[in-house]
Design a binder for this molecule. Structure first.
Ligand SMILES: [Zn+2]
Length: 205
């Protein structure tokens, strides 16, 4: 009986150890998948920061850049910049421009299967456009509050816009927030903000 009891206990311990190790293995796999995606997101955001930073040396610098990437393959479909001043159009935010260019390029109103990366959290107009386009994910860098220190913003979080819609779109961020916010605080950008119609005076910061 003692031996049988010992065997039974041993079996219980083995089953417990097996289930624990399976649980650990599952967690490790999940962690690896998550961290791989996180690393990919960081790499893509870093590329976007580099792309957007090129405008800092031009007469019309902008801190807002967006890219649209195939969610599965990671292939870059296109990148776009804020062109409100250039196009004399208050709706020419980087995200809206990227979405418009992407749908035209794909000849489809649906961007299902694509992810939008953007150096700043999308405003309600851009987030709504992302939802109407059916994007899988939106990944942002700096926050609306960060941008609000330099230019006027609409203070509704992009997650809230997504949550209050009937569409399914993951909103993730802030990612590389410091690197993205550095686009706003570059001396050339700080000078340029003074001429923006949406500028925010120091007193109101
Ligand atoms: Zn916007």
């Amino acid at each position: 009986m003692v031996e049988e009891g010992a065997d039974f206990l041993e079996t219980i311990v083995r089953v417990f150890m097996l289930s624990s190790s399976m649980e650990i293995a599952t967690k490790t796999v999940r962690g690896a998948v998550k961290s791989k995606r996180f690393r990919e997101d960081e790499r893509r955001m870093a590329e976007l920061v580099e792309f957007t930073a090129k405008t800092l040396k031009t007469p019309q610098p902008v801190p807002f850049g967006s890219s649209i990437i195939d969610t599965k393959t990671g292939e870059v479909l296109l990148k776009a910049l804020n062109a409100v001043a250039k196009e004399i159009d208050p709706s020419s935010h980087a995200e809206v421009r990227a979405i418009r260019l992407a749908t035209k390029k794909l000849k489809s109103i649906s961007l299902r299967g694509y992810t939008l990366y953007t150096t700043c959290e999308p405003c309600p107009m851009c987030m709504s456009t992302a939802l109407w386009a059916g994007l899988d994910r939106v990944v942002y860098g700096a926050t609306i509050e960060d941008a609000s220190k330099h230019c006027r913003q609409i203070h509704i979080a992009s997650r809230e816009v997504a949550e209050r819609s009937d569409m399914r779109c993951k909103v993730e961020g802030p990612l590389l927030r410091d690197e993205c916010y550095a686009l706003f605080t570059h001396p050339n950008m700080l000078r340029a903000f003074k001429s923006w119609s949406t500028r925010k005076s120091r007193a109101s910061v």
